[in-house]
Every structure is written in structure tokens, then in C-alpha cells.
Design a protein around this ligand. Structure first.
Ligand code: HEC
Ligand code: HEC
Ligand code: HEC
Length: 186
């Protein structure tokens, strides 16, 4: 959201033929990729700016959490009580998203002439034609520590497909969370 404010990132805006003096924070052609859950129930709307959820939110990558949150809790309890694991399939049925590359593409690869088949307006102004640095390489980007959140060790309550291809790698170097600040997405 910060980037949509006037006078912020002037040079980058000029490069993409945007107007650096303009306030884009209410612009329907921009906010969809720059805030969490735009156009979805419970997320950001232009009409209710008090509900701004700035930045790229959890649900842009993990899917809407309302339905699967309870399953995390239940699976965690079962695992703690009796060591019983739960299939990730259960989470997918409740809308949790494990197809991270598709999620990223919906914002990063969404431009005219993109090799990504799902591209449709409104498009991102930042394409590899504007500058080669805007080329999106999933395997590199998903490990970019500046853009991605840190990873925390999970207890192993879930198993089975779809398992994210870097799951084991991320878990191997994940931090140990204090019991009470677990966010419980998986
Ligand atoms: C389809 C999704 C999408 C839409 C729509 C979109 N953006 Fe973005 N925007 C992105 C992504 C992804 C990046 C990050 C690009 C990168 O750094 O590789 C970005 C980056 C930016 C940046 C920072 C560039 C930099 O180099 O620091 C600015 C400024 C920006 N967008 C402004 C806008 C404005 C203004 C609009 C509306 C006219 C808009 N965006 C619409 C996805 C989008
Ligand atoms: C809802 C849209 C959206 C989704 C989904 C999304 N991004 Fe982004 N991403 C952005 C925007 C917008 C920026 C630029 C923010 C800014 O500069 O204001 C950005 C910035 C980045 C950057 C920093 C680029 C740079 O050079 O500074 C990386 C890396 C990145 N995203 C990786 C990812 C990965 C990996 C995924 C998927 C797992 C992903 N993003 C999903 C919108 C999105
Ligand atoms: C840009 C995409 C993106 C965003 C935004 C995002 N995540 Fe993640 N998240 C991931 C990826 C990729 C993984 C790794 C999945 C795996 O290892 O199976 C992950 C893993 C997790 C995990 C599992 C444990 C871990 O640390 O690896 C939890 C919990 C989690 N995310 C919670 C959240 C919460 C809460 C938010 C919002 C505050 C959030 N995520 C925002 C992409 C994202």
C-alpha cells in the first residue's frame, strides 16, 4: 500500500509511466494486488478505508482462513493427545491453498503478454519489459527473506499431499516458536 501513495517510489513510477504525484491508494486498478483480500468478503474495500489491511496479507497466499482455521486446532489437539496425524487434503477441502506458485503469479505474472495463462486486467505496471529486475522467478523469489515471512517449526500434525516442494527445506532451517505464539496455519 505504501507504494501507492503520492511521492513514494517516484523513480519507479516514472519508469512504468505512472504519475508520481497521483494518489493511487483508492484506485481499483492498483489496490487488488497491493492489499489483502480486496473484493473478497471480510477483506479490504475502497468504500471502507478503515478496514485497510495493508501489504500482501496471509490470505493472498494461504487462501481465506475462516474455514480451515478450526481444522488446524482440531488436528493439533489430536496430535498432541494421541499422535494421530491429519491429511493435508482436509485443509484443501476447506480452502487452504498450497499452490503457492499460482498465488504469486496472480500478482507478479499478471500482465499483457505474460507467459502465465491466467493473466487478466487489471495488470501490474511492473513487467520485465519495464526492467529486467521485475522478472518473476518463483524458485528464487519464494526463498527471498525480505519478501517472505520467516518459517517456524511445525509439530508434524499434518501429512500427505499436497506437500509444498520446499516444505522440508523450510522446516529444516525453521525457528522454534514459543507454544503460545503459534499462528496455526498448518
Ligand atoms: C496484478 C497485480 C498488480 C496490479 C494491478 C498493480 N500492481 Fe503494483 N506491483 C505489483 C507487484 C507484483 C509488484 C512488485 C514487482 C517487483 O518488485 O518485482 C508491484 C510493485 C509496485 C511498485 C514498486 C515498484 C518498485 O520498483 O519499487 C509501485 C510503485 C506500484 N507497484 C504501483 C502500482 C500502481 C500505481 C498500480 C495501479 C496503477 C499498480 N501498482 C497495480 C503488482 C501489481
Ligand atoms: C496480492 C498480490 C501478491 C501476491 C499474491 C504475491 N505478491 Fe509478492 N509482491 C506484491 C507486491 C505489490 C509487491 C511490491 C510491494 C511494494 O514494493 O510496494 C511484492 C513484492 C515481492 C518481492 C520483492 C521484490 C523486490 O525485488 O523487492 C518478492 C521477492 C515477492 N513479492 C515474492 C512473492 C512470492 C514468492 C509470492 C508467492 C509465494 C508472492 N510474492 C505473492 C504482490 C503480491
Ligand atoms: C507471499 C506469500 C505468503 C504470505 C503473504 C504468507 N505466507 Fe505463510 N507461507 C508461505 C509459504 C510459501 C510457506 C511455506 C509452506 C510450506 O513450507 O509448506 C508458508 C508457511 C506458513 C506456515 C507454516 C509454518 C512456517 O512458518 O513455514 C504458517 C503457520 C504460515 N505460513 C502463516 C502465515 C500467516 C499467519 C501469514 C500472514 C501474517 C502468512 N503466512 C503470509 C507463503 C506466504
Amino acid at each position: 500500500m505504501e507504494s501507492l501513495k503520492p511521492e513514494v517510489k517516484k523513480e519507479a513510477k516514472l519508469k512504468a509511466k505512472l504519475d508520481p504525484a497521483k494518489d493511487y491508494t483508492q484506485d481499483k486498478d492498483c489496490v487488488g494486488c497491493h492489499v489483502d483480500g480486496y473484493g473478497k468478503q471480510g477483506g479490504y474495500t475502497v468504500d471502507t478505508p478503515s478496514k485497510y489491511l495493508t501489504g500482501v496479507g496471509c490470505e493472498s497466499c494461504h487462501g481465506p482462513g475462516k474455514k480451515y482455521r478450526g481444522d488446524h486446532r482440531k488436528a493439533g489437539q489430536n496430535f498432541e493427545k494421541s499422535g494421530k496425524t491429519t491429511q493435508r487434503k482436509v485443509l484443501v477441502e476447506k480452502g487452504q491453498d498450497f499452490a503457492f506458485e499460482e498465488s504469486c503469479n496472480a500478482c507478479h505474472m499478471n500482465y499483457e503478454g505474460s507467459p502465465w495463462k491466467g493473466a487478466k486486467a487489471p495488470y501490474t505496471p511492473y513487467t520485465p519489459d519495464v526492467d529486467a529486475k521485475y522478472k518473476f522467478e518463483f524458485d528464487k523469489m519464494v526463498k527471498n527473506e525480505k519478501a517472505m515471512h520467516e518459517h517456524y517449526k511445525l509439530d508434524g500434525a499434518f501429512e500427505g499431499e499436497p506437500k509444498f516442494k520446499y516444505h522440508d527445506e523450510f522446516q529444516a532451517s525453521a525457528k522454534v516458536a514459543k507454544k503460545d505464539d503459534k499462528k496455526g496455519k498448518e
